[in-house]
Write a protein that binds this ligand. Structure first.
Ligand code: FAD
Length: 557
């Protein structure tokens, strides 16, 4: 079906069919767009458009997957679509899968199917803001009713921003004060649908089944291990039920307590990928948590409780929605201007788990293989790449996470990278307490949780026989120990790319100078000022330790 956009027929709204356009929100429960589409319609077209750019293999990408997403996330999405199709079939419908540029395909379908109502979940991501405005304008001009409710988040970020005089709140506490309880908190959410009107005539459209990875052109052997987390609403609700069944655990949940090295049974819920794709409604999750709290004597509170975690999600969604250029350093008013390195070799060593610090490398292997890592593991590697050791730009690390995470979320990922690199949100605190001086040690932080290094042994099998005294610093093991453990450092596993002590000291110094510059210029730092500071850092490097540079030792020997 290849009709040009201009063929959208402005007089065609005589049918009583509705179209529900699935993007995220891949669920039946608490799905107001689906419910509205079903109400009073003779037929409903449940549509998902496969965007080749997002889904089809890109052989030039740095890991198996498409141009935009790693293979684990694509598989998670396919699982979710298959599960949605199966649930729709139980309700007398099915998922209509089409392929192409989503906006164009959608507009063609509206035209071809004579749809009267177009329903889709409101989305605050910049990509969808632009796409949805285009689609809404076209549909409205053709007399089609558009219904686009906020149901991905607990609050409408626009409401919070309006309450705050047009600006997003930039501290969690001020966010909490403004947000209060969600308006729907005490009303029952619609969690079940008994039936959906049948799919109407699809005309000349070529409808596909939900494809497999293979049908999309992937070779499964490209990835040596897949994520253990399978996608879909059914999995999400099962995982939620299991989580909620341990009421004590839910009531006492306290982050950042929890073991980032726990991989057999992770220390947090692992509901993030399901929230990301909307296989789980955040509102339903919130109500379930509140029900547990009602039935226990005491429970933890935000920011550390599980409800508190959901509110962190809201906080970042609101900040992201209300901040132009939120995903960049330049042109982003809430981001400190810092002359980060553009060292692609250090970046590649980090991305490919070759830093020589087993704690960091094991996390990066888990990220690549599983697409999910614990929150404090994210802290460790993000701090190491940026202000802790390598001084590489946070945008580069953000890109790696964006590709590899199965829960990759535009607002949350950017928000946390801004935070971890001390580029934003710590703004006030950073000046007062010099937050950037608090660095996660790539050696002792992991050891605190897992002294035997079981996590490292699992994700870095070349170190599996290294005695526990050396597992976090294998380069300090005598050669005889390395030989016995069948792991020679520099051959079977890399030497560290930096000396943590001197690199972290240098990073703190640089952060201090960059902060002082931002303060002196009231946050308006020109390109020239940044270049000058970068030159000063580079010259300092050469004066004090000409070769190799202090921030980089030889990557391999
Ligand atoms: P739980 O602790 O069980 O929390 C429940 C839910 O609360 C999560 O599923 C998530 O939706 C939300 N939540 C928890 N922590 C945060 C947080 N700090 N910020 C916002 N929401 C939170 N999370 C993503 O969902 N997508 C990302 O792309 C992402 N990128 C991150 C990048 C960095 C550098 C860091 C430090 C954190 C990032 N996080 C991201 C936040 C957090 O690490 C994950 O949400 C969490 O680890 C997911 O595991 P969970 O579902 O078991 O969390």
């Amino acid at each position: 079906m290849k009709l040009p956009l201009s063929l959208l027929n402005p007089n065609m709204s005589s049918g009583s069919g509705s179209l529900i356009w699935f993007r995220k929100g891949l669920r039946i429960h608490d799905n107001p767009a689906l419910e509205y589409a079903a109400r009073g319609s003779t037929c409903v077209y449940p549509l998902f458009v496969i965007d080749p750019h997002y889904m089809e293999p890109d052989p030039n990408a740095f890991s198996p997957g498409s141009t935009l997403a790693g293979i684990n996330r694509i598989r998670f999405l396919l699982d979710s679509l298959a599960d949605l199709d199966s649930s729709l079939k139980k309700l007398g419908s099915r998922l209509l899968v089409l392929k192409g540029e989503p906006g164009e395909v959608l507009i063609r379908c509206l035209n071809e199917w004579g749809v009267k109502k177009l329903c889709f979940e409101y989305d605050t991501d910049p990509y969808y803001q632009a796409l949805d405005n285009k689609v809404k304008n076209r549909a409205s001009a053709a007399g089609i009713e558009v219904f686009s409710p906020v149901s991905h988040t607990l609050f409408n970020p626009a409401d919070i921003i309006e309450k705050n005089g047009g600006r997003p709140p930039l501290t969690y506490q001020s966010f909490l004060k403004l947000a209060g309880e969600p308006s729907w908190a005490c009303s029952p959410l619609s969690v079940e649908l008994s039936s959906i009107p049948p799919v109407g005539n699809v005309g000349r459209c070529e409808i596909l089944q939900v494809p497999t990875l293979k049908e999309l052109g992937y070779v499964e052997e490209d990835q040596d291990e897949f994520t253990p987390f399978r996608g879909g609403e059914s999995e999400a609700l099962k995982r939620l039920r299991e989580t909620l069944s341990d009421k004590e655990w839910v009531a006492n949940f306290e982050k950042p307590k929890g073991d980032p090295s726990a991989y057999i049974k992770p220390a947090t819920t692992v509901l993030s990928p399901y929230l990301k794709f909307g296989c789980l409604s955040s509102r339903y999750f919130y109500q379930c948590l509140k029900d547990v709290y009602k039935n226990v004597k005491r429970h933890t509170s935000p920011p550390v409780s599980l409800v508190g975690q959901l509110l962190w999600r809201e906080f970042f969604y609101t900040a992201a929605f209300g901040t132009p250029n939120f995903d960049k350093m330049k042109g982003n008013k809430i981001c400190k201007q810092i002359p980060w390195n553009d060292d692609d070799k250090l970046l590649a060593a980090w991305r490919e788990a070759r830093t020589g610090f087993p704690w960091i490398d094991a996390i990066m292997v888990q990220l690549r293989k599983w697409g999910w890592i614990h929150h404090l593991a994210r802290h460790s590697v993000a701090c190491f790449l940026t202000r802790g050791d390598l001084f590489v730009h946070w945008e580069k690390g953000r890109d790696v996470f964006e590709r590899l995470l199965i829960d990759s979320d535009w607002a949350i990922n950017n928000g946390n990278w801004l935070w971890l690199s001390c580029s934003s949100f710590f703004y006030q605190e950073c000046l007062l307490f010099q937050q950037y001086n608090r660095i996660y040690s790539p050696v002792s932080f992991g050891r605190k949780y897992d002294p035997n290094g079981n996590y490292i042994r699992y994700f870095l099998p070349m170190l599996k026989d290294m005695p526990k005294e050396y597992i976090y610093e294998p380069w300090t093991a005598p050669l005889s120990v390395q030989t016995k453990a069948k792991c020679i450092i520099g051959k079977d596993y890399p030497k560290p790319v930096v000396s943590h002590d001197s690199a972290s000291k240098e990073c703190k110094k640089r952060m201090g100078e960059a902060y002082a510059l931002n303060q002196r210029l009231n946050g308006v730092v020109s390109e020239e000022e940044l270049r000058k500071l970068r030159r000063k850092f580079d010259e300092g490097d050469e004066e004090q330790e000409p070769k190799p540079k202090r921030l980089r030792q030889k990557l391999t020997d």
